[in-house]
Design a protein around this ligand. Sequence first.
Ligand code: IVH
Length: 687
Amino acid sequence: MDLFSNIDIEPARQRIAQLTTLIDKYNYEYYMNDQSLVSDFEFDKLLRELQELEQQYPQLALPNSPTKRVGGEINKSFRQVTHRFPMLSLGNTYSIEEIVDFEARTRKLLGDIEFSYTCELKYDGVAIGLTYRHGELVQAVTRGNGSVGDDITSNARTIRTIPLRLTGDYPDDFEARGEVVYPFHDFEAFNRQREADGDEPFANPRNAASGSLKLQNSAECAKRKLQFCMYFMMLPADAKPDPRLDTHSGRLEAAKSMGFKVQPYIKECKNIAEIREFIDYWDNERWNLPYAIDGIVIKVNQVSLWDQLGETAKSPRWAIAYKFKAQQVSTPLLSISYQVGRTGVVTPVANMEPVWLGGTTVKRATMVNADFIEKMGICEGDWLLVEKGGEIIPKIVGVDVDKRKAGARPVKYVTNCPECGAALVRAEGEAGYYCPNQDGCPPQIVGRLEHFVSRKAMNIDNLGSERLEMLYSKGLVTTVADLYDLTREQLVGLESYDADGLRRTTIQEKGAENILAAIRGSVEVPFERVLFALGIRYVGEVGAKKLARYFKNIDALIAASEEELASVEDVGEKTARFIYDYFRDERHRQLIERLRAAGLKMTVVETRLSDALAGKTFVVSGVFSRFSRDEIKADIEQHGGKVSSSISGKTDYVLAGEKMGPEKLKKAEKLGVPIISEDEYLKMIAK
Ligand code: IVH
């Protein structure tokens, strides 16, 4: 060790401290107060300088460095952590009478003591607990089952409204609880992007927030614009007394000065009348908030009274949640539109008399499928009951039968495709109809092309919906294989309208070159994504991966029986039937041959890392910390080993993670098959 090394790094240490303070401050002002103190350029420069210093001196990188905001840590599975203080939930009710009872009971229990309540918004997000020691964030854990949750610290660090380091006066050791929410505006933008990429959109902001916190790569979580709203401070019994922390409202006020984002709407209420007023106000006003709330939380404000009131097994007696009812209106059904998707599935959409509901005008809502209309018994001209809960999308929940006109006839479902006129088909056991004219129905053809070029599939940039529609309408492309036959001459000079339909654009030489280059480049896309790109019904991204891994190449997949297909992890019987039928169709076989001839990958490219496991057969069971189960199986194969699903005399090793199945354990012991851990496995392949 160089005697002077510490002296050498001292200036770096100082600069890191300086940069950290500065960037933390800019971040805080930007995300909490909507204030930019520096230009984006200047900010990025400082951040980059810090990143470079941390790379150069890894020993100086702080665990809560602002560089952690951009993420990058990978979590194969999340460590399970026992909560120091169990995360109780609240008793909740939809009835105002029960709130009246709660208030009366509390007053009675407390007798002559003077006290008050706080009323605050109940966020509709994901509850997490943040542990701070000496002002530093040390751990973030999801609620889980209340006693044990998942350690999501690296993802939490990317949420800008979670302070990594506290400011001012703070308790030495405490837990900050709150809700991670996805503001509507950002959630909608995110969902739009997902749809453009060919991913399934999330049903609501809560699901998206919850999914984001469980992302394995924290850099991905950093891209989601999640927010943390703090609503509770949990102090250990031996915490240093601090008069600011004697009331719940005081705690939230103090939390604000420590750097947390706390809702500004908290109100101290003296009696039931004031509580009611708060509830009524927010029942209407909630639609004007930038994020979802699903009720109001009422807490006794004086912390010293909490122990006195105590708690039941599940929830404290000093707090209660009032949940808002979903808002409902009824409005006449005017007509039904039928939308045809890329797989030919027809979705009926109700066009209704516009009606004001939960902050927006509603005039359209999905009727899901033919089954839905039949089950609800919807008649022509019916008044539909439309509901909006915490979610953004209004739902049809029933029919206002009292308003039905005498003699109204049940809705007659279309018999022919509204796009191409083909007679619709309803397969046995299916809830809806589909258009079988896959080669002649425009939305199906263009939809398949769109899916094929999307980012998660072949990722062919430069070909948006407008261009694909144009290529189709000019007769240049009808199947995905036609894309690979396009020439420069065909493209140059083609005209189309851009997305808003206003501006006409013409493809120039350069544009044509770019399109062709993107198409040519797509032949490098791995087999699993080619398989996904084909757009076989029910074969999503994950299913395609599993199938590719199992069958290794398209020919084995084509030759597979329905039973064999259904034996693949995550492939159900229905999907297996669709895959099987897909490959029995001569047109699809021809399409695949053309794609093969164009150079697309039809085989898994095996990356052989070593032969360390050659000739060895493994059975994998349980949950692993560094790999998902699929990843560890792939890893075994990449090192020359074989993976089998059941233990037999031929099994060489059982690779056991946490929570290995007891049956497997018994069998392995009986047959004397060695059971190895993840660490032992890693040693084996390191050889
Ligand atoms: S206080 C011991 N305040 O609602 C009291 N909870 O069942 C801890 N929630 O799991 C909870 N907004 O996830 C509290 N302003 C708020 C809240 C809130 C949302 C959630 C929380 C909790 C559930 C209650």
